[in-house]
Design a protein around this ligand. Sequence first.
Ligand code: CTP
Ligand code: MG
Length: 233
Amino acid sequence: MNKTCAIVLAAGKGKRMKSNINKQFIKINDMPILAHTLNVFNKSKYIDKIILVAAEDEISYCKEKIICKYNFNNVVSIVKGGKERQNSVYNGLKAVKNCNIVLIHDGARPFISDDIIKKGIEFARIYGAAACGVMPKDTIKIKDTNGFSKSSLNRENLFIVQTPQCFKYDLIRKCHEKLIDKKVKVTDDTSVLEIFNYKTYLYDGDYSNIKITTPEDLIIAKEILKESKQKIY
Ligand code: CTP
Ligand code: MG
């Protein structure tokens, strides 16, 4: 059972994008963001299966307009998401069958490379948990409750975590199960492990592996896509 499964999350509401459609269905270069993301995993030789997590009322749209249309035949199931990201992840984890490594990835992060996927799987096999990311370019401050600066963090020790985040399946499933009783909100899966004192190995991702979150990210995304096409052809 040396198999890998990617859980691609697409069940958010995309509130910060302020668009009238779910941000992952916005097209860049004529293809929905979510399709760009799924395309990388579907093509990857390191991924055996994909589970897509979508909002209940968007499942049929995803099936028809994304999975069937682009022929993503490695998507083995589509499951409904939950209220928070962590609920969506847990629903995805429950649908995993016969895989010992899982990669959890934001559907809104379309510029993931096969090399980052490969490294994540390798590190997860060694350390149990691995996540990619980059060093911040800006100075990060702690703000007090009155809106004034309190202190500055040492940039050398900081890391902006991205996805995919890769785990041994039993470990991440156990931690998510225990998280339900804790009633805490987290925004990524390395935080789930931290709560239970497990460490995640952090490795170099890429500045172009952006999460499309606010409207200006769409402008950047179009440029990244242009640049990557130039490299390929
Ligand atoms: N996500 C999810 N289920 C949720 C919340 C988020 O599957 N209940 C997914 C999103 O679809 C996205 C990824 O998790 O691909 C990262 O979340 P984020 O960028 O915060 O997306 P949204 O929650 O959709 O956006 P916002 O926070 O602006 O509403
Ligand atoms: Mg969110």
